[in-house]
Design a protein around this ligand. Sequence first.
Ligand code: SF4
Ligand code: SF4
Length: 110
Amino acid sequence: MTSADELLKRREAEALRIRASLNRQRGVQHSSIKGGEEVVAFVNESLCIGCDQCDIVCDDNAIELYKVKMRSPLMNVESNRKAKIIRDACTGCRLCVLACPTDAITTIDR
Ligand code: SF4
Ligand code: SF4
C-alpha cells in the first residue's frame, strides 16, 4: 500500500511536472509576441489585476496605474487598479509582457 510520504513525494513531483509544462507553454506564447521600436505595449484591462509588476520592471516610466470602480458591489476593497501604457514613452522592450502574471499585456503595431 502507498504510504503518506510516498504520496506526498508523488504529488510534489507531479506539481513540478505541471509547473514546468505551463512555463514551457508560456515561453512559447511570449516568444511569439513582437518587440522593438515598431510596436507598443497594450494592456487588456479585463485581465489586469493591478499588481504593479509591469510598472516595477518598466525602465522607461511608460506605465501608470489608475483606479477604477469594482464591477461587483459585493467586493469591498479600497481600490481597484489597472495599468495603462504611455505610448510615447514605451520602447517596445517587452519586459512588462514577461513580468505580467495574468498575461494581460501584449504588443501592438505603433
Ligand atoms: S514594452 Fe518596455 S517600455 Fe513599453 S511599457 Fe513594457 S516595459 Fe515599458
Ligand atoms: S503586471 Fe499585468 S496584471 Fe499586473 S498591473 Fe501590470 S498589466 Fe496589470
